[in-house]
Write a protein that binds this ligand. Structure first.
Ligand SMILES: [Zn+2]
Length: 194
């Protein structure tokens, strides 16, 4: 019993030591950055190491059909998702955790939400690995889900007029320049990093 306790304490305490390669997979929330989006060109924060699930919270104001449609938009550009769940009542959906590992969680806006936006995304990552994403949608008008899923796949903003990842909805559009993934292995597919 004593040995077990010491082991647990030891692994917990060393997780913040970034120089220790042995604990790099033990992710500590304080090492995870919340990204603010404002990039001059299309650029990627990183990629998923496995295709993420999409979890739609029970009270989210988007339908499973809307999410499926947005996911398909990205799948035709060589990105992969695992399963799509709806009516989810755990993790970030109920404030139980900040994010769910290997999942894109879609929920109603939280307290920090800026209601000038129609949607907002937080990427939780470690270095170039995306660990989890939380998308908040206040108004799922055209392109909003696709745009936020773009963030969830690692893409930052792109100021090109009519581009999906334009930061302003009114100046955005369906232009997808630079967004199609080059690799074709869907089992490990994610945005390329230049
Ligand atoms: Zn955005």
């Amino acid at each position: 019993m004593d040995l077990l306790l010491i082991f647990l304490l030891a692994t917990g305490c060393t997780s913040t030591n970034a120089s220790d390669k042995k604990v790099i997979n033990e992710i500590h929330p304080d090492d995870i950055t919340e990204i603010g989006f404002f990039q001059a060109g299309v650029d990627s924060i990183g990629k998923w190491i496995i295709p993420p699930d999409i979890e739609i919270c029970k009270d989210a104001n988007v339908t499973k059909e809307q999410v499926k449609s947005a996911a398909t938009w990205w799948q035709t550009r060589n990105y992969a998702f695992d399963k799509i769940y709806d009516n989810v009542e755990k993790g970030p959906c109920i404030g139980q955790s900040r994010f769910t590992y290997y999942a894109i969680v879609i929920r109603l806006p939280g307290q920090a939400y800026n209601f000038e936006n129609y949607g907002s995304t937080i990427i939780y990552h470690e270095n170039k690995k995306i660990l989890g994403v939380v998308i908040e949608i206040s108004e799922a008008r055209e392109r909003v889900l696709e745009h936020e899923l773009g963030h969830a796949l690692g893409w930052l903003h792109y100021s090109k007029r009519s581009h999906l990842m334009h930061p302003f909805w009114s100046k955005g559009g369906w232009n997808d320049d630079g967004l199609t993934a080059v690799e074709v292995d869907l089992s490990t597919q994610a945005p390329q990093i230049d």
